[in-house]
Design a binder for this molecule. Structure first.
Ligand SMILES: O=C(O)c1ccccc1NCC(=O)[C@H](O)[C@H](O)COP(=O)(O)O
Length: 212
């Protein structure tokens, strides 16, 4: 069964839509430049209803030790998602500081971009292959762009991995058919406007994955 992560949740009703649909991972984006940003203390209150029902993921970009400590003490996530220019050595520090697992997002545009996966596969619990954002983008993720899914054909990784970038209820079946991804992640494809999640689209996305 394909595992599902719904990312960038900020409200009880949309978090409930993900939990009612039995999403496997729910994500809180802790990055002030994002329209989906939620402060760790607020995320801790909101995501408490998810504990034990879905894995809680704190999505971060080059987090410093202070932020990691705050996230670990308040939100207590199951995973820290690293969506910046972190190194494998930094990931080991993140793991030791927080006690959480590590998801590492790798930006993909061309086949060469998979080279980083060889080393990262030994330091992350899950890799996430996400579309490289357009030049000048303020955000490294959550931009609704996809990459050429055929680039993933015949690639093998040590752990189950996420396909991300531009997925939505209408294209996720095709993405799964081409890539055989064991896990999928979505954010803007289940929104009605940037940062505004839509409970109906979350349910439709989960349904489309389950049908595939
Ligand atoms: O979603 C954000 O605003 C964000 C900001 C900074 C770093 C990462 C971010 N999102 C990470 C995710 O896991 C997204 O779900 C992933 O990039 C896919 O996004 P989308 O193409 O919008 O489905």
């Amino acid at each position: 069964m394909t595992l599902i992560k719904i990312c960038g949740l900020t409200t009880p009703d949309t978090l409930d839509a993900a939990l009612d649909g039995e999403a496997d991972f729910v994500g809180a984006v802790v990055f002030p430049k994002s329209p989906r940003h939620i402060a760790p203390a607020d995320a801790a209150v909101l995501f408490e209803r998810a504990r034990g029902r879905a894995k809680i993921v704190a999505v971060t970009v080059n987090p410093d030790d202070g932020l990691l400590d705050e996230i670990a003490r308040t939100l207590k996530p199951d995973f820290i998602q690293l969506h910046g220019a972190e190194t494998p050595a930094r990931a080991e520090t993140v793991r030791a500081l927080t006690g959480a697992g590590v998801i590492k997002a790798l930006p993909i545009r061309h086949g060469d971009d998979f080279a980083a996966a060889d080393e990262w596969d030994y330091h992350a619990d899950h890799l996430m292959f996400d579309a490289k954002p357009p030049e000048g983008s303020a955000l490294p993720g959550g931009v609704g762009h996809s990459f050429d899914w055929t680039l993933l054909a015949d690639r093998v990784f040590r752990h189950p991995w996420f396909l991300a970038g531009g997925l939505n209820p209408d294209n996720v079946s095709e993405a799964l058919r081409i890539t055989g991804a064991p896990m999928v992640d979505v954010s803007s494809g289940v929104e009605s406007a940037p940062g505004v999640k839509d409970a109906g689209r979350i349910a439709a996305f989960i349904e489309a994955v389950r049908r595939s």
